[in-house]
Structure formats: C-alpha cells, structure tokens
Design a protein around this ligand. Structure first.
Ligand code: SAM
Length: 262
C-alpha cells in the first residue's frame, strides 16, 4: 500500500538527466519514484512498456533497480538511452567547447554554409525551414550540426544532438519562429526575434552538463528497446513492478494490450 500522497506541485522535476529535452506528456519523476520506492527493493526489476522520455527508467537507475524500457518512437528511445548513459562531464565540457568554437568558425564562411544548406535538403524541407527559421538561424543551426557530426561519435554524439534539438523543441519555440511548440499546436510568430542558435546551444549545454553529473554509472542493467508494448520480450514473473503512462486515449491508435511473453 502507498503511504505518501501525490502532491508534487512544488517539487523540482529537473534533477539528474530528466530535463535534457522536452517530451509531450512526460510525467513528473516523483510519480515513478514513489511507486518504485514503496513497492520494490534495491535490485528488483522495473518495466515501462511505453517509456516515452524514460522518466521511469531514469528513476529506476537512480534507485539502483534493474530497468526495462520499450517504445516505438525514435525520439523516445534516443532520450531513454542518452538519459541513462553516464558520460564523463569534463569530456562533455571539452567536446562542447570544441563544437561551439567550430560552429562559430564555420559561421564566418557564409557562402560555404549556404551551399551546404542547398545540397543537404530537398525543396520541400527547405520550404519548411524557411517557414519556421530565419535565414541566419538556419546557418547557425547548420554550423552546429555539421560540427557535431564531424567531431563526435556515439554515444557522445547522441547527447549533443539532443542538446541541439532542445534549442529548437522548447516550450517557447526556442530559436525558431514558432510559439506554443510544446503544449499546443505551434504557430508562426513573425514578431518573434529568436536568439542566436549557438548562444542558445552554449547556454543549454552548460545547464545540462551540470545536471548530468548526477547520472549514476550503471550499477544495474538498463535495457531500452524499440519494441511495441504489445510484444514485450520478457518472461512472465521476471518483472517486479510496471510503472507506465500510456498515450492519451484516442491520441494514438497503437496501444492494445500489454503482454509479457513466456
Ligand atoms: C504519455 S507518453 C509516456 C511518457 C513517459 N511516462 C515520460 O515520462 O516521458 C506515451 C508513450 O507511449 C508510446 N507508445 C504508444 N504506443 C505504444 C506501443 N504500442 N508500444 C510502445 N510504446 C508505445 C509513445 O511513443 C509515447 O512515448
């Protein structure tokens, strides 16, 4: 039986790796934490078959439980993996500085960047970019992603790509011309004066690296897989607790029943 209430309104939900990137319908980490603390013990196994951004998985890791996460959304899977992978903070700081300096240098070669922009995207994508991003923001973002691609490899690259993405996918629309990106349908606001994308990346990176210092090195197994909740490949009785939050009813028609295989 649970002995605590669910009043988390004033609690900080941004600790550890939880706040690296926004995700629709993420639940406060205090919810899975409460269930995991009250209903399992250190070493037990916790499953989230619709793991989303990995809130349950991160909490299970922090509480020294074995964690199993499944989802069918590539962003969700990327978030789960990055948020549960310990990376050396000093290396992240060093690589981050190199990326910022490399991007700033690339921005001095505007002709090269414009050519790269033309080559990299088809007409439809370019129209999309022109609709949502100012021309100089496109070049700043391109300079950043080119430097990330050139100077890092996975899993560090996955981390930097998420920080990069979070400069765009932010509640306020980040460095794009979008408003209301995270919680409602985005719309274009031509009066918006977006921040410099490289400055924004630098700002977010510093915040995230500080928080990532609290991601524990894996002491228990953390298992994240691209698999539907309908076909979770785990034997019955292998899981001590399931903590999950399914998509809003009638939002996505993918749910079905959750089955543990023999
Ligand atoms: C409400 S979100 C979960 C949010 C998560 N609790 C968090 O804190 O980030 C629901 C998730 O269910 C996933 N989902 C939907 N249908 C699924 C299916 N058949 N199998 C696995 N995951 C599914 C979606 O991709 C989405 O990431």
């Amino acid at each position: 039986m649970l002995r605590r209430d669910f009043d988390f309104e004033t609690s900080d939900s941004t600790y550890s790796s939880h706040s690296i990137h926004p995700f629709a319908a993420k639940f406060p980490p205090q919810i899975p934490r409460l269930f995991i603390e009250e209903l399992t013990q250190s070493g037990d196994s916790v499953l989230d078959p619709m793991a989303g951004s990995g809130t349950t998985i991160v909490e299970a890791l922090l509480l020294r439980r074995e964690a199993f996460g499944f989802d069918i959304d590539p962003l969700a899977l990327r978030l789960c993996r990055v948020k549960t992978t310990w990376l050396e903070p000093l290396e992240l700081e060093r690589d981050g500085l190199e990326i910022i300096q490399g991007a700033l240098k690339l921005c001095t070669s505007q002709r090269l960047l414009r050519r790269e922009l033309e080559m990299r995207f088809d007409t439809e994508t370019k129209e999309f970019l022109d609709y949502w991003f100012m021309s100089e923001t496109q070049l700043e973002l391109l300079a950043l992603i080119l430097t990330i691609e050139r100077s890092t490899t996975s899993p560090v690259r996955d981390f930097f790509e998420l920080v990069f993405s979070s400069t765009i996918i932010a509640k306020t629309g980040g460095v794009s011309m979008a408003r209301d990106l995270a919680h409602s349908r985005p719309h274009r606001d031509t009066t918006k004066n977006p921040r410099n994308a490289i400055d924004e990346f630098r700002f977010r990176l510093a915040k995230v690296i500080k928080k990532f210092q609290n991601v524990p090195q894996r002491v228990k197994r953390v298992f994240v897989m691209d698999r539907s909740a309908k076909e979770v490949p785990l034997p019955k009785e292998s899981i001590d607790l399931i903590v999950t939050s399914p998509p809003h009813a009638n939002a996505i028609d993918t749910l079905g029943g959750v089955t543990l295989c023999d």
